[in-house]
Write a protein that binds this ligand. Structure first.
Ligand code: IPM
Ligand code: MG
Length: 359
């Protein structure tokens, strides 16, 4: 039976980049034996416009039935004035929570061809290969109580809660240790245990789980230092495990090491290994509709989908090789070009990857 993939293009550049990733899937289906059925759905601002809700029930149900979800991006200035409950971002967060996607893998790999596109010196970033394991369904993103209230003196205050339960920390720690086991066996847990009780417990639980993984070298780092180390000497990291919010911030930082945030894919997995796959960048409203967005992060997200949810490691490697090949051919979207270098658009980049798949 063919596996079902739910495609959620979303907003901004979402539809443009997802279209290229879909062409990659279609080529794999035509010529390389991939048996999948694609279905489309609405999420984010596009869903707000069509249905009034950023996550229509039909989308969540289709996502639950699917073997994997491919998502573009959500959000944009058009919807920023809406009440929080109806903002496009809620659609994304609702999918993560609704599918139980607690483990977010965000690999940052520097393709040798892009060493000059990074804002850091080539010797600092060349050979970079790290993965951030971000907890995705807990912490301050979802913690209660939250809100904006008015104090008795009439002054309003906004508040959120960073909260992590032992079992939540334990399961993300296990994913991180297992990930490290398949790599260079070094895990750095990032927290703010010098200030936050939630981090104190985080560190204690990660250390306890670590006892079951004596073959993995565990270290701990405060988040401010981790941010600094990521730009100072990023190659010291193999696997980083951290909370939802710290992971959000550090993964954007790690992305820039690789030349562009337009290169980074991600996988969000639940306990059964089913997942949602999306580029880590956003909807980039400033360049939406211009045909210049980089589709490679979304195409590389397809590779992660093939590996983690569809059990097709060879096809995953084929997609990754194709991306390497187009970069070696010199194709560059504007975000990964060095000044003065000729550039190609979204469609041309996608077509080149599709052509390189057959090699
Ligand atoms: C990300 C994004 C999201 C997040 C936004 C769009 C809600 O920044 O996936 O990193 O904060 O998790
Ligand atoms: Mg982010």
């Amino acid at each position: 039976m063919s596996r079902r993939i739910l495609v959620l293009a979303g907003d901004g550049i979402g539809p443009e980049i997802v279209a290229e990733a879909v062409r990659v899937l279609e080529r794999l289906r035509e010529a390389h034996g991939l048996d999948v059925a694609l279905e489309e759905g609405l999420v984010g601002g596009a869903a707000v416009d069509a249905t009034g809700s950023p996550l229509p029930e039909a989308t969540l149900e289709a996502a639950r039935r699917a073997d994997a979800v491919l998502l573009g991006a959500v959000g944009g200035p058009k919807w920023d004035g809406l009440p929080r409950e109806r903002r496009p971002e809620r659609g994304l967060l609702g999918l993560r929570k609704g599918l139980g996607l607690f483990a977010n893998l965000r690999p940052a790999i520097l393709y040798p061809e892009l060493a000059d596109a990074s804002t850091l010196r080539p010797e600092v970033v060349s050979g970079l290969d790290l993965v951030i394991v971000r907890e995705l369904t807990g912490g301050i993103y979802f913690g209660e109580p939250r809100g904006i209230r008015t104090r008795p003196d009439g002054v309003r205050e906004g508040y959120n809660t960073e909260v992590y339960a032992e079992d939540e920390i334990e399961r993300i720690a296990r994913v991180a240790f297992e990930t490290a086991r398949r790599r260079a066996r070094r895990l750095c847990s990032v927290d703010k245990a010098n200030v936050l009780e939630s981090s104190e417990l985080w560190r204690e639980v990660v250390t306890r789980v670590g006892a079951e993984y004596p073959d993995v070298e565990l270290s701990h780092m405060y988040v401010d230092n981790a941010a600094m180390q990521l730009v100072r000497a990023p190659k010291q990291f193999d696997v980083v495990v951290t909370t939802n919010m710290f992971g959000d911030i550090l993964s954007d930082c790690a992305a820039m090491l690789t030349g562009s945030i337009g290169m980074l894919p991600s996988a969000s997995l639940n306990a059964e290994g089913r997942g949602m796959y999306e580029p880590i960048h956003g909807s980039a409203p400033d360049i939406a509709g211009k045909g210049v967005a980089n589709p490679l992060a979304t195409i590389l997200s397809v590779a992660m989908m093939l590996r983690h949810s569809l059990d097709e490691p060879e096809l995953a490697a084929r997609v990754e090789r194709a991306v390497g090949r187009v970069l070696a051919q010199g194709l560059r979207t504007p975000d990964i070009a060095v000044p003065g270098e000729p550039t190609v658009g979204t469609r041309e980049m996608g077509e080149a990857v599709v052509a390189a798949l057959d090699g």
